[in-house]
Write a protein that binds this ligand. Structure first.
Ligand code: TRP
Length: 375
């Protein structure tokens, strides 16, 4: 692949992504004001990730709301493939998912495919994946999901529930479809080829359990996960299920700049949920890409560029919920009134106060795992 080339698949995200182009390429729809107003009718307010177009695209969301308005409640489905520690970029989708759960008062199925990264990553052992499955569950629980309405599905532990659905999906997807969707070649192992059907299965689980295939499903995800469902959505109707609706987010950029996405395997790219206040401070000061000017004098005179400044971007993604305050930071940075070091300090404080709470709840989560496992 050429340098700077944009690539978005479930296993690789690189390059500076043009999301409008991606909308066309993936065949998804943009979330417009009309749709936002429709959501707001039910939720009263709009989550910052909707107000700021971080969740920017969808499939069949109008259909989902039609059903909801007719009294046919949906369930939520999302997931996390354990392969390493959780970083701030992961949390956005789940914080938003929790908001949806609260606002619509719906069930959530949360998948931990402990097969996926084992199959896809050469040097990752099954045992390591088990360790991360446990660690990652703590982070999800710490976000405050309602244990009565939230069900964790671990692929190898809940195989009795998932596998019967996965084979029904697998039977209707040919190798050539998978090859085209993911750019696979003949060197792929046979587990990788099968995997999409495991990720597709939870969509069918509530229908099977409740003996009602017509329960709608909404999947919040980062847009790189869309290809799995683009393939699977063709299959569900053949099995008697409606196509799930999807709501897509952009990626939270890595510390080092706005292209690609955060990755926990590289210290310089991501802030982990277990980082200490000192580590957070060090990472932001040392690595967070700055949109400021090289010298103080030049910055005061010409101002910085918040649109490429990672500290500003993180405030926008999650850490400054107040739109007015965010706008003021934007304006002050652009005019040169606010310096890069000051902007970084604002972010350091915000993240550290968030992580202080998160880490407390993460400790408490150790006793709660059993309440979340699907039974
Ligand atoms: N494949 C996802 C990952 O790499 C995990 C996942 C499983 C998922 N099911 C999902 C993500 C449904 C979004 C929606 O982390």
């Amino acid at each position: 692949m050429k340098k700077n080339e944009v690539n978005v698949t479930p296993w690789e995200v690189s390059g500076e992504i043009d999301y409008d182009k991606l909308i066309k390429k993936f065949g998804v729809s943009k979330i417009d004001d009309k749709l936002l107003n429709r959501i707001k009718k039910h939720t009263k307010d709009l989550h910052l990730m909707l107000r700021r177009n971080i969740f920017f695209a969808h499939r069949d969301l109008n259909w989902l709301l039609d059903e909801y308005e007719k009294g046919n409640k949906f369930f939520l489905y999302t997931g996390r493939s354990p392969s390493g520690p959780i970083h701030l970029g992961h949390l956005g989708t789940w914080i938003f998912t929790k908001w949806l759960q609260d606002k619509f008062d719906v069930e959530l199925y949360f998948q931990f495919p402990d097969d996926e990264k084992f199959l896809f990553k050469k040097n990752l052992s099954y045992e390591e994946v088990q360790k991360y499955t446990y660690e990652n569950m703590l982070d999800v629980i710490a976000l405050g999901f309602d244990p009565k309405k939230t069900h964790f599905l671990i692929n190898t532990k809940h195989a009795n529930i998932l596998y019967p659905e996965a084979i029904k999906v697998a039977k209707k997807i040919t190798y050539s479809v998978v090859k085209a969707a993911f750019g696979f070649n003949d060197s792929k192992n046979i587990g990788e080829i099968f995997y999409t059907s495991m990720q597709a299965a939870p969509v069918m689980v509530p229908g099977t359990l409740k003996n009602n295939k017509k329960i709608p499903c909404l999947i919040p995800l980062a847009v790189d996960q869309d290809p799995h469902f683009r393939v699977a959505r063709d299959v569900y109707p053949k099995l008697g299920y409606p196509k799930p609706a999807i709501i897509h987010s952009v990626f939270m950029p890595p510390l080092t700049g706005i292209s690609g996405k955060m990755s926990s395997s590289n210290e310089s790219k991501a802030i982990l949920t277990t980082d200490s206040p000192k580590e957070v401070e060090m990472k932001i000061k040392k690595y967070a890409f700055s949109g400021g000017k090289d010298t103080l004098e030049e910055h005061r005179k010409k101002g910085g560029n918040p649109d490429i400044d990672i500290s500003f971007q993180y405030l926008k993604f999650l850490f400054e919920p107040d739109d007015k305050k965010l706008q003021k930071i934007y304006d002050d940075y652009k005019s040169g009134k606010l310096l890069s070091s000051e902007l970084k300090q604002i972010l350091i404080e915000k993240i550290n106060s968030f992580l202080k709470e998160h880490q407390k709840k993460r400790e408490l989560a150790k006793k709660q795992i059993d309440n979340f496992l699907f039974k």
